[in-house]
Design a protein around this ligand. Structure first.
Ligand code: BF8
Ligand code: SF4
Length: 632
């Protein structure tokens, strides 16, 4: 049986069982018991003498065949996870930077610079002189300054690192030797130093992990900022979320994955092809819906409804009303191909490095994307005619969502209250305690945890304690689906003081309604937006990030990307709550480094707490401490 906080999904889970289709929850049950050595991170198969495993409790081996101890093995495994996360996020950014360069050079007609103001702001941030230069020249220099962060030979910090953090943070990172200069060499460095017989000092390995994780951060800054340049910086926008956004009377196409280069084109082309869908009998035309972070990208910029976050992605096909699912990269369950084959749904892969056997591969690149997007949508329209009405079951539930809270849109909103110092209203309210603090929720769903339960339970407790919530990635998906991203949620869940502030801010900003108590800042790469806001607040207050009453939480983490994000968030000084222990339990040294040692050196650290109520209480406690230290 599935395990979702949102019980409206249960009808589809039952349907899967009636149809003998295994879902993620069933495959998890069949996988039990999972390997304890793997769970503790003490299994090594880095060389062919292995696999080796350390006996954590009994009299068995305490070292691998080569002599590597548990600390070395755990640290090596962990930093390899960080390297994979960093590679994923940073390659996402690189694709976008390359596209921006093609735009600057006039090598593509499919994309253009949509947000010139953002482009100029980025140029200023990166110290690029714009005086007397054309837009194309500025675009090229911004793209090159970003691409330089993937290839710099000199040992100076990445452009997107040195220009986006507080000065004191940059100094701390430089002093510790982790101020990253080159994203790709940091990934190579991890793979090289963790080769058999190289780095066998767990602390040295973990320090390299911190440096590499900052590559994940730099990749995110590049992804967010250059995507905004190409597709527009998000502004508050109203939409809907949950599987109920799938429309029985439309050709439904889900976009899933992470990269907005593809989904933006699909949305544009779908607009042009509405008539064709109506002619095929779909009276409501084409309905694009989002899944996971691609879904967040198009929700924020285009108001496309978000059907689901990670764990229930298979259920979108189970509705029997999805004509096509178009995927790009990351967090796409390979099971989708098999499930789609039980329905009329066609699964399209679009990236050369992310094919799935059983799917139809139609590549979208900067040269052919419009043309090929038309082919995909045409096929989806044909599929509509093959839909089996008897197999359609769409849960009714959907909730209203106000999304689009980029840092710029928040500042713009606040500047309606104080034009000179837009952050002042927020700071005043933090100082006077109306807003006790802020928690940034990020990260995934994990089949080991009831889907969305930790997110929702923690949020309700924190909001009641007048703590404002920001959310990205599948955390944002959880809140969007479960009715925490609209004004009604402010009335229902925010503590009295927070409610007053959100109502006032909404009113002063010219909205008729309070701001939602959980602000949707975007996809996982948009965690950079949370940092921008935090850095702006820290600079305004004249403090470093570790002094702010600000905490991050990934209570349902799953992917390697979540590990790399959590690591850089702690490295830049924030306490990071995680809802389960990653595979580090076999090394007390690693646990100590990631908790107490990191706190001592950088102010940020990990807290593990599985129980969401206890976790929320711990975060409330940390926020209280930070306020006392700040003297507020
Ligand atoms: O990048 S939160 S499950 S979809 S990894 Fe994946 Fe995790 Fe979702 Fe977005 Ni982020
Ligand atoms: Fe075993 Fe060492 Fe080889 Fe790892 S590197 S598999 S611990 S021999």
């Amino acid at each position: 049986m599935g395990n979702c906080y949102d019980t409206s999904n249960n009808c589809l889970i039952n349907k899967a069982h009636d149809e003998n289709i295994d879902l993620v929850w069933d495959r998890y049950e069949k996988m039990k018991p999972q390997c304890g050595f793997g769970e503790m991170g003490i299994c090594c198969r880095i060389c062919l003498k292995g696999p080796c495993r350390i006996d954590p409790y009994g009299d068995g081996p305490k070292e691998g065949i080569c002599g590597a101890d548990a600390d070395t093995i755990v640290a090596r495994n962990l930093v390899r996870m960080i390297a994979s996360g960093t590679a994923s996020h940073s390659l996402h950014g690189k694709e976008i930077a390359k596209t921006l360069l093609h735009v600057a050079k006039g090598e593509t007609d499919n994309y253009k610079v949509k947000d010139i103001r953002k482009l100029k702001n980025i140029a200023e941030k990166l110290n690029i002189d714009t005086e007397g230069k054309t837009i194309n020249q500025i675009t090229e220099e911004v793209a090159m300054a970003s691409l330089m962060d993937y290839s710099r030979l000199e040992n100076t910090p990445c452009n997107w690192l040195s220009n986006t953090l507080t000065k004191s943070r940059l100094k701390k990172l430089t002093d510790l030797g982790v101020a990253l200069n080159n994203i790709e060499s940091s990934v190579t460095d991890i793979m090289s130093r963790t080769h058999m017989g190289t780095d066998a000092d767990a602390i040295n390995i973990l320090l390299a992990g911190l440096k590499c994780a900052l590559g994940d951060y730099v990749g995110m800054q590049i992804s967010t900022n250059l995507s905004d340049t190409l597709f527009g910086t998000p502004e508050p926008i109203i939409s809907e979320s949950n599987l109920g956004v799938i429309n029985e009377n439309a050709v439904n196409i889900a976009v899933h994955g992470h990269n907005p280069l593809l989904s933006e084109i699909i949305v544009d082309v779908a607009d042009e092809m509405e008539e064709e869908a109506i002619k095929a009998g779909a009276k409501d035309g084409i309905n694009i819906v989002g899944v996971c972070c691609t879904g967040n990208e198009v929700l924020l910029r285009r108001g496309i409804p978000l059907a689901t976050n990670f764990l229930s992605q298979e259920l979108a096909i189970l509705t029997g009303a999805l004509e096509a699912m178009v995927v790009d990269v990351q967090c796409i369950m390979p099971s989708l191909a098999k499930i789609a084959s039980c329905y009329h749904t066609e699964l399209f892969t679009t990236m050369p490095d992310a094919k799935i056997s059983g799917a139809t591969h139609i590549e979208l690149n900067e040269k052919n994307s419009v043309e090929n997007a038309r082919v995909i949508i045409k096929k989806a329209i044909e599929k509509y005619k093959m839909r089996d009405k008897n197999k359609v079951l769409i849960p009714k539930r959907k909730s209203k969502v106000i999304a689009g809270f980029s840092t710029e849109s928040i500042i713009k909103l606040l500047s309606k209250i104080d034009k000179e110092r837009p952050l002042k209203p927020i700071i005043d309210n933090i100082v006077n305690g109306n807003i006790k603090g802020v928690v940034l929720f990020a990260g995934c769903n994990n089949v080991k945890i009831m889907q969305d339960n930790n997110f929702v339970t923690m949020a309700k407790k924190l909001l009641d304690n007048n703590i404002l919530i920001l959310a990205t990635g599948c955390a944002a998906g959880a809140y969007a689906k479960n009715e925490l991203m609209n004004s009604e949620a402010t009335f229902k869940y925010a503590g009295e003081k927070l409610k007053e502030v959100l109502t006032l801010l909404g009113k002063e900003a010219g909205l008729d309604v309070p701001l939602p108590p959980v602000l949707h800042m975007g996809s996982c790469v948009d965690n950079s937006r949370g940092v921008d806001l935090a850095v702006a607040l820290a600079n305004e207050l004249g403090v470093d990030l570790d002094q702010l009453p600000l905490v991050a939480s990934a209570p349902e983490l799953m992917s390697e990307k979540a590990i790399s994000i959590g690591t850089w968030v702690a490295t830049i000084g924030l306490p990071v709550h995680i809802g389960m222990l990653p595979p580090v339990g076999g090394s007390q040294l690693t646990i100590d480094v990631l908790t107490s040692k990191l706190k001592e050196l950088l102010g940020g650290y990990f807290i593990v707490e599985e129980n969401p109520i206890k976790a929320a209480n711990k975060l409330i406690g940390i926020i209280k401490e930070k306020r006392v230290d700040l003297g507020i």
